[in-house]
Write a protein that binds this ligand. Structure first.
Ligand code: UN1
Length: 507
C-alpha cells in the first residue's frame, strides 16, 4: 500500500533532493534517509544538495527572478491556482506521505495538505490585491503613493513538524508577490519535500515558469549558506529559538531581512467561569495533537485553584482513553515522536521536572515497541520551575494553578516565548482583560479555543523569542515585497517639503 503511494507521487527508492531551474541529474550532496517514525524503517533515500549544486540553484533563481517579476501579478496568481488544483488531486496521497514521514495521524496529515490548498486559494485572491496607499501630499499639484515590488529570490527554511504547510505559507505568497523560492526542508522530512517539488515541476512546466520553485535538501550547512547569501534578500525560517538566533545574526550581518517563526511555550488559562467540557476537548487537541510537536502545542495549563484537582482528574481519564498506535490507522490519536533523539529529550525533560519538584500525574514512559512512541504526560508543576519555561517538543503538559486573573496572566506572560495563548471563560470581562493591552503578550490570543490549529487567514507568528515574524494571512505578504514611496509633481512649480526655500539667486 505504501509503495503504491510513493509511486503515484513519482518517488523512487533514491530521489534527487536538488530541483529547480537547473537539471542536476546527479546531485552531489550527502544522503538523507526518510524514516517512518512509527516503524523505524526507511521509506526512501534522498540525495542532498552539494556545494556546486547549491550555487547553480541560487544563480538560476536570480535569473528566473529577472523574468518572473515582470509577469502581471494576476498571471502569477493563475500559476498558484493551478498549484492548488494539483494539490487537491494529490491530497490523499500527499497527506498519507506526511503521516508516513512525520508520524502525525492521517487526519492531521491531510489537514496539512488542506492548509497548503487554502494558502494557494488565499494567494490567488491576493494576486489581485497587492494594494498600496495613496497619501495626501503637502505640496500643491503633487501626488504621493506607495507601490509594492517583488523582492527577489527568497530562502525558505522549514521544520519537520509541518513539512509542507509552512512551505506553502511562504511559497504561495512569495510567488504571487513576484519572488522566486529556494526551499531548504528539514533533513528529517526530505521525501514530502521532493513530492511537493515534483508537483510544482509539472505546474511550472505547464506554465513556462521553470525555476520558480527550487529545492535544496541539506543539513544545517545549506541553511547557513542561505543565511549568508546576499542573493537571497529574505530568509524565512521556522524552527528552534537557537536556530533562529543564528539565522537572524547572519542575515543581519549582511543587512538582509529575516522572517522568523520560532519556539512557543503556549498556555491556556481556565477560569471558574469556563465551560469545562469545551476546555477539556480543546486542551486535549492542543496538548496531545501532533504528539506535542507543534510550535503552537499547549505546554502550560494554568487552572484556577478551585478547579485544579477536579480538572486534573478529568484530564487523566481523557489521557487514559487516547489510542496510541500507527498513525495511519483509524481511531489512533497519538502516533510516534519524530525520532529517537526526541524521545530521549522528552525523558530528560521529565527527569528534570521531577528533580525540580514536579509530580508526574500520568504517562511519562516510552512504549516498548518499534518506532518512537511515548505516553502523553501530565505533570503537576510550578510556573517558576526552569523546565516549565523551556520548550520540549513532546506531549508534556505542565499543570499550574492561580488565584486571580492578574496572576494567571502574569504566569502566562512570564516565559521568553510569545507565540500562542488562550483563555477559557464565559465572562466577557475576563475575556476582554485577557485580550487587552495588559493581557496576553503573544502573537495569537484565543478565547474558548485551544492554542493550536490556527486558520491561514490570520497572520501567524509570535513575539519575544518566537521571533516576531508573521506568515500566511492578513498582510503578511508585505514581508515578501519591497515598498516604494513615489511622489509625482504634476505642476509647473517646484515647492520643497517642510517649506524649505532653496532659490537659485537671479543675477
Ligand atoms: C508550526 O507548528 O510550526 O496553528 C505551525 C497551528 C498550525 C500551524 C503550526 N496551523 O497549529
Amino acid at each position: 500500500m505504501f509503495t503504491e503511494v510513493l509511486q503515484r507521487l513519482g518517488l523512487n527508492a533514491v530521489n534527487s533532493g536538488t530541483r529547480g531551474l537547473t537539471s542536476i541529474d546527479q546531485p552531489t550532496g550527502s544522503r538523507f534517509a526518510s524514516v517512518n517514525p512509527a516503524t523505524g524503517t526507511t521509506l526512501a533515500t534522498v540525495v542532498g544538495t552539494g556545494e556546486a549544486d547549491y550555487e547553480q540553484i541560487v544563480a538560476g533563481a536570480s535569473r528566473t527572478f529577472a523574468t518572473w517579476r515582470t509577469w502581471p501579478a494576476p498571471r502569477r496568481g493563475e500559476v498558484i491556482r493551478q498549484l492548488g488544483q494539483a494539490l487537491r488531486q494529490h491530497k490523499a496521497d500527499l497527506g498519507l506521505l506526511v503521516t508516513l514521514e512525520t508520524g502525525k495521524i492521517l487526519s492531521e496529515g491531510e489537514g496539512e495538505v488542506q492548509e497548503m490548498i487554502d494558502m494557494c486559494d488565499f494567494a490567488v485572491g491576493l494576486s489581485r490585491q497587492l494594494h498600496g496607499l495613496t497619501i495626501a501630499s503637502e505640496r500643491s499639484a503633487h501626488r504621493m503613493f506607495e507601490q509594492w515590488h517583488p523582492l527577489g529570490p527568497v530562502g525558505v527554511i522549514t521544520a519537520f513538524n509541518f513539512p509542507v504547510a509552512v512551505w506553502a505559507w511562504n511559497a504561495a505568497l512569495a510567488a504571487v508577490c513576484g519572488d522566486v523560492i529556494v526551499w531548504k526542508p528539514s533533513p528529517q522530512t526530505p521525501l514530502t519535500a521532493v513530492a511537493v517539488q515534483k508537483i510544482c515541476d509539472r505546474v511550472m512546466a505547464d506554465n513556462n515558469c521553470e525555476g520558480l520553485f527550487n529545492l535544496c535538501v541539506g543539513d544545517v550547512s545549506i541553511g547557513e549558506r542561505m543565511a549568508a547569501d546576499r542573493r537571497l534578500p529574505l530568509i524565512s525560517a521556522t524552527g528552534s529559538c537557537a536556530m533562529g538566533c543564528r539565522v537572524a545574526a547572519t542575515v543581519a550581518g549582511r543587512l538582509g531581512r529575516s522572517l522568523l517563526e520560532l519556539g512557543g511555550n503556549n498556555a491556556v488559562i481556565i477560569t471558574p467561569q469556563a465551560n469545562l467540557d469545551l476546555a477539556l476537548r480543546a486542551v486535549l487537541f492542543s496538548a496531545v495533537g501532533t504528539v506535542g510537536q507543534r510550535c503552537t502545542t499547549l505546554r502550560r495549563l494554568i487552572v484556577h485553584e478551585s478547579l485544579a484537582d477536579s480538572f486534573a482528574t478529568k484530564l487523566r481519564q481523557a489521557y487514559a482513553s487516547i489510542l496510541i498506535g500507527d498513525p495511519w490507522q483509524p481511531g489512533v490519536l497519538l502516533g510516534p515522536l519524530i525520532n529517537d533523539r526526541a524521545v530521549t529529550q522528552m525523558l530528560a525533560a521529565l527527569d528534570n521536572a521531577r528533580q525540580q519538584g514536579g509530580e508526574i500525574l500520568c504517562g511519562g514512559r516510552r512504549l516498548d515497541r518499534p518506532g518512537f512512541f511515548v505516553e502523553p504526560t501530565l505533570v503537576s508543576a510550578h510556573a517558576n520551575m526552569p523546565i516549565v519555561r523551556e520548550e520540549t517538543f513532546a506531549p508534556i503538559l505542565y499543570l499550574l494553578t492561580y488565584r486571580d486573573l492578574d496572576e494567571a496572566i502574569a504566569i502566562q506572560n512570564s516565559v521568553e516565548q510569545g507565540l500562542s495563548s488562550a483563555i477559557f471563560t464565559d465572562s466577557l470581562t475576563e475575556a476582554e482583560t485577557f485580550l487587552s493591552a495588559r493581557g496576553s503578550d503573544c502573537g495569537i490570543a484565543n478565547v474558548n479555543i485551544g492554542t493550536s490549529g490556527a486558520e491561514i487567514g490570520g497572520a501567524f507568528g509570535g513575539e519575544k523569542d518566537t521571533g516576531g515574524g508573521r506568515e500566511a494571512g492578513s498582510d503578511a505578504w508585505k514581508a515578501y515585497m519591497r515598498r516604494q514611496t513615489c511622489t509625482i509633481n504634476g505642476g509647473r512649480e517646484l515647492p520643497l517639503a517642510q517649506g524649505v526655500r532653496f532659490e537659485i539667486p537671479t543675477t
